[in-house]
Design a protein around this ligand. Sequence first.
Ligand SMILES: Cc1cc2nc3c(=O)[nH]c(=O)nc-3n(C[C@H](O)[C@H](O)[C@H](O)COP(=O)(O)O)c2cc1C
Length: 163
Amino acid sequence: MTKILVCYHSRSGTTERMAEEIVKGIQERDVEVDLYKVEEVNLNFLPDYDALILGSPTYYGGPSAEMKSFIDKSIKFHGKLEWKVGGAFASSANPAGGNETTVMGLIESMLIHGMIVKGMPKGDHYGPVVIGEADERELKQCRFYGNWMAELTEGVSGWISKK
Ligand SMILES: Cc1cc2nc3c(=O)[nH]c(=O)nc-3n(C[C@H](O)[C@H](O)[C@H](O)COP(=O)(O)O)c2cc1C
C-alpha cells in the first residue's frame, strides 16, 4: 500500500495545524500516512515511504534549524530516496515574510535527493502556506494538497513498480 510521511517542525502550533489538515486530505484516499514532529521522527524509516511531505515555520526566510538538521541527517539515505514523491509547506508571520522561499528551500533538498516534485497550477503553486493564524481558505488548501499529493504518489508508485 502507498505510504506517505508528513514530518513537520512547529513551535507555536501553526505548522502543526497545517500538517494535520494535510493528513486529513491524504486520508480521503486509500493511502497510508504517518504524521511526525521532526524531533520525534525515526530517520531510519525514511526509505520505507513512497512520499515525503515536509513542513516548517519560516525562520529568517528559510526552514527552521530543526528542519534543516533533519534534512542534513537524511544524507544517510542519499541515493535511496530517488523517484520518491516530495512536497513541502510552510507558515510565516508576514505575507511577504518568506513562506515561499521556505517551501522552495525544502524542495531544493528533495530535488538533490532525486525526488519527484510537482507544482500546482491552482491555489498555492509551490505548496500550501499559512500567514499568521490559519484561516479556512488556507486550511482547505492544505486538505486539497494532501488529497492531491496522495493521488500523485499512488500514480508514481504504480509507475515505479512497473519500471
Ligand atoms: C526565529 C524566528 C524567525 C522568524 N522569521 C520569520 C520571517 O523571516 N518571516 C516571517 O514572516 N515570520 C517569521 N517568523 C514567524 C514564524 O514563521 C511564524 O510565527 C510561524 O507561523 C510559526 O510557526 P509555528 O507556529 O508552527 O511554530 C519567525 C519566528 C521565529 C521564532
